[in-house]
Each structure stands twice: as C-alpha cells, then as structure tokens.
Ligand binder design. Structure first.
Ligand code: ARE
Ligand code: CA
Length: 482
C-alpha cells in the first residue's frame, strides 16, 4: 500500500482542494499531464451534509451523509469521466476517504445528493447505518485525551462527529464496498482521513479486502492501492505514527513544521544537511510529505506556524527544498484564497462552486490561488522528475542560511535565506554548458528567460542569488540546457 503507482518518471501529487470534477479533468489535460504531475488528491467525493447555517464552510465535506458520489464537485458520471481523462494523460487520482465518522448533529439534515438522516437516532438510511454501527457508550474526545488515552481518541467522537465502529462487520462491508467501487472506477489510492481515530487492526482488515487497481486504467496487474493515513503525531501523543506505518504510508506532519521553521529563520538552513530520519522523520518510503495542508494552512489540525501561499517567498523556498530533496513522497497544496478560516470555496448565491479561470500568464483567477501553477513550483516538479533517484552530493553551506547541493549529475540547487547576497563559485556536478535557472525563468528556444548559469569544464559555476531578489532559490538541471 506504499506505492503510488505513478506513471513512469512522475513523482509528485497536488491536492486540488474543493475543485470540481470537470475542472480537474480539464486541468489534467491542459496542465498537469503535460507538466509531469503524478497525481491529484481530490476532496471527498461522497455525499456530505449541506450546512447553510454556516454559509457552506469547506469543512461540510468532512461530514458524510452517505457513500453516494454526489457533492458540490460533481456527480458520479462526472467523477468517472474525470478519473478516466486524468488516467489517460498519466495523472492518478487519490480519494480523501472519510471512514471514521458520519456527520455531527445539526438542525439541517439534507445532503448534497438529497439524502436525509435522523441524527438523534444515528440513522443514515442512504448507507444504511443505524445505532448499532456506532461506538458506545457515547463520548466526545477532549483535548487532553490525545496525550493520555488512545482508546478514547479512537472510540469517542472527533469534534462531535458520529463515530463509526469499524469492528462491526456491517460497517466494514459498507466502507470496503465504497472504496472498491472507487478502485473499479480507476482511482489509484486513498488518503485515510482521521486514521489515528481508528484501530490499526480494524484498518488492516479493511485494507486487505480492497481490490487490486484496475488494469483497464493502465495499472500493472496485482497493484495495490496507495494508502496514506492522516495521523498527526508531533510527539507527546498517546497514539504513535509508528502504529500505522506497518499498514501503509503516513502523513508526516513534522516535515512541514520543521521546514516552515527553517525557511522563516527559526533554524539555520545548514542544519538540513542530514534532512530525513535523523531529524526524527519517518522512513522515506513511509512518508507522505507536504509543507501545508488544507487544515493547517488555516489554523485547523496541528502544526502552528506553517508556511502557506500567504508568505510566498519563504513558501516557495520551502517547497523548492521539498521537491529538490529526495526524502519522502511530496504533495503540493493548491488553495482557494481566504481570509475567514471557515469560508468555503468561491461560490455563487446558490452555493455552486465557481470554476477557476485561467489567466494569460497561466495563473488562476476567480479566487483560486493555484500554487501548482506558480512557475517556481511546477518547474521544481519537473526538476524532481528529471533528477530521479540520484543522491544528494556536494553539500555546501555558508555556516548559516545559504546552502547548495547536487542531485547526482542531473541537477543542482542553491538557496539564499540571508540578508546578504549569495555570490559563490560552486560545484554543480553538471557537464560543461549553459543552463537556464528554472526559478527566475525557463528555457525558451535556445535562450533563458531568467538567469543563465554557465558551468565550466570543472563542473563549477558562479552562483548568484541576491538577498532582494524575488525568489531565494536557483535551480538548474539536465532538462533545461541551452
Ligand atoms: C466542524 C466544526 C466543529 C463541529 C463539527 C461537528 O468545526 O465545531 O463540532 O463540525 O459538526 C474538519 C474541520 C473541523 C470540522 C470537521 C467536520 O477541521 O473543524 O468540524 O471537518 O466538518 C484532529 C484529528 C485530525 C483532523 C483534525 C482537524 O486528529 O484527524 O483534528 N483532521 C481531519 C481533516 C479535517 C476534518 C476532519 C479530520 C474530520 O483533515 O479537515 O475536520 O473529518 C492535536 C492532535 C490532532 C488533532 C489536533 C486538532 O494536534 O494531535 O490529532 O487533529 O490536535 O484537534
Ligand atoms: Ca473512531
């Protein structure tokens, strides 16, 4: 369950938070496929409670009403069409699977597909679930439970969300049927929402009952779905991420926390010389890595001061380091802009999501940030694809916040997070020639639209990153030689 089954040569996925299925299909064909993205985490595709009393917040999608594939993102036919079109251009789909719970208790009780429920009776006829499918006695997780009481974290309600009992055979069957239906439609795997709130032994039963990926969608025979489990473990928890790595991959929340600290100068970049398990991170093959996610970019979940698109220079620096360094399986965040941390995606007066528009410079409009379309970000996806499995070599630092390293003989990257310029003759490990920096520009015909880097016969080049430049990164690789 730890192999994403990306198409050959691809390495990176993006979370298209709250995007509609038709828009995702178009994005696969016009941008993600051609630019070498490996996959997409989509918002939960199953029916959720409509919550007008809070003006349709983004988090209503984390309150399942049923496993029918009808949401603000689209219906079942649109979903199937998206998966097929994305797989056709080599981009995989990963589903955010909410299997720990159903809704909270609200006055409104109609879902995005028209299903209703009786919350007071724990009755969800559209699944169907009834009282016997939930954990008893009823209890709600308190803040201090996380440090002391694993059983309460798993058997009580997360924020008042009705807690399914995954030991129930009926619950297992409903969940497995839902996930297998998605596998048959061509998805490549799942994010397991709130995995920490379920018993590993129950999850193992569920994972083992999943079908192999659908060979009609281009997967090799016998391929198991990629599973990455949302387990927040920053230390001091009654439940450890290590309880989940024997099952499948795990979201590594320490990754974004430490890189956010380093790129905001809470820690010197030079210490990243041994980035990876020596920092207390999971084994590389176990880790789904990211800087921010849809929770901690807006103060939900955990992590504190996480870099986001709102601090672009530092954010692009941290993202570039994530993509330049071989540790982990990276995931990019693609956001809608927000001030109110509860606000839903751009929508019209009826609650319909408004599609992103695409500007002439390839960025997005209509309230969508589309970090994945920022040149400094998508060019680093191509960098990671190009350098492949090569090792980090020739680490250089200035004893502070200027660092540089090679990826084998395929790529070179430098960072300047000091208040003064970086201007050094450094070993790039690349063959002699002229390369386009993919951060300040790109290759266009046989010239560079940004900085050019001239590598001599000794592999060395003069590397310049001014402290007042727009970006703090310079990156060159074999794919952008002129
Ligand atoms: C909403 C309202 C609540 C209301 C509830 C029920 O905000 O006031 O009581 O509905 O009606 C998201 C939002 C929640 C939202 C929920 C349902 O973040 O605010 O509740 O959707 O609509 C813990 C979990 C972790 C979880 C985070 C948020 O361990 O799994 O909390 N993250 C996932 C998703 C979220 C989603 C859910 C789970 C629920 O990514 O988007 O919630 O499906 C310590 C612990 C962490 C803990 C953290 C925060 O750090 O170590 O484990 O994370 O505190 O409590
Ligand atoms: Ca639970």
């Amino acid at each position: 369950f730890k192999n994403p089954h990306y198409a050959t040569g691809r390495t990176t996925m993006v979370h298209l938070f709250e995007w509609k299925w038709d828009d995702i299909a178009a994005e696969c064909e016009r941008f993600l496929g051609p630019r070498g993205f490996g996959g997409i985490q989509i918002s939960p595709p199953n029916e959720n409670l409509v919550i007008w009393s809070r003006n349709r917040p983004w988090w209503e999608r984390y309150q399942p009403m049923s496993y029918r594939l009808v949401t603000r993102s689209g219906n079942e036919q649109q979903f199937a069409n998206m998966v097929r079109r994305c797989n056709n251009v080599g981009v995989r789909i990963y589903v955010d699977a909410i299997i720990n719970h159903m809704t909270g208790t609200w006055n409104e009780n109609v879902g995005t597909g028209g299903s209703t429920a009786n919350f007071g009776n724990w009755h969800y006829p559209a699944v169907p679930y009834g009282r016997n499918d939930f954990n008893w006695p009823h209890c709600v997780i308190q803040g201090h439970d996380y440090a002391c009481c694993a059983d309460r974290v798993r058997n009580c309600e997360l924020s008042g969300l009705k807690d399914l009992n995954q030991r129930s055979e009926h619950v297992r069957t409903m969940i497995v049927n839902y996930m297998n239906r998605l596998i048959d439609m061509g998805v490549a795997g799942f994010r397991i929402d709130a995995a920490k709130h379920m018993w590993p032994s129950d999850l193992r039963v569920i994972y083992d009952r999943l079908r192999n990926l659908n060979t009609a969608h281009g997967f090799p025979s016998g391929a198991r779905p990629y599973i990455y489990q949302e387990v927040i473990d920053l230390g001091g928890e009654a439940i450890s991420r290590n309880e989940y790595t024997p099952l499948a991959a795990v979201t590594e929340f320490r990754f974004g926390m430490e890189l956010s600290r380093a790129f905001t100068r809470g820690n010197q970049l030079r210490w990243l010389v041994n980035w990876g398990p020596q920092w207390g991170l999971l084994g590389s093959g176990d880790a789904l890595t990211f800087i921010d996610n849809h929770d901690n970019q807006r103060g939900h979940g955990a992590g504190g001061n996480i870099l986001t698109h709102k601090r672009p220079k530092e954010y692009k620096g941290a993202i570039a380091f994530m993509l330049a360094h071989p540790y982990g399986k990276p995931q990019l965040m693609s956001s809608f802009s927000f001030h109110d941390t509860e606000a839903g995606p751009p929508m019209d007066g009826s609650g319909n999501i408004i599609s992103p528009s695409i500007n002439s410079d390839n960025t997005c409009g209509n309230g969508w940030v589309c970090e994945h379309r920022w040149r400094q970000i998508f060019q680093m996806v191509a960098f990671r694809n190009t350098v492949g499995n090569t090792a980090v070599t020739n680490w250089w630092d200035n004893g502070g916040n200027q660092i540089a390293f090679c990826r084998g003989t395929m790529g070179f990257v430098a960072f300047n997070n000091e208040n003064w310029d970086l201007n050094q003759r450094l070993q790039t490990c690349l063959p002699a020639g002229t390369y386009c920096d993919v951060i300040s520009g790109e290759k266009s015909g046989n010239r560079c639209t940004g900085k050019s880097v001239v590598v001599g016969n000794d592999g060395r080049a003069q590397i310049v990153i001014g402290s007042h430049e727009y970006d703090m990164v310079l990156a060159i690789h074999m794919g952008h030689q002129v």
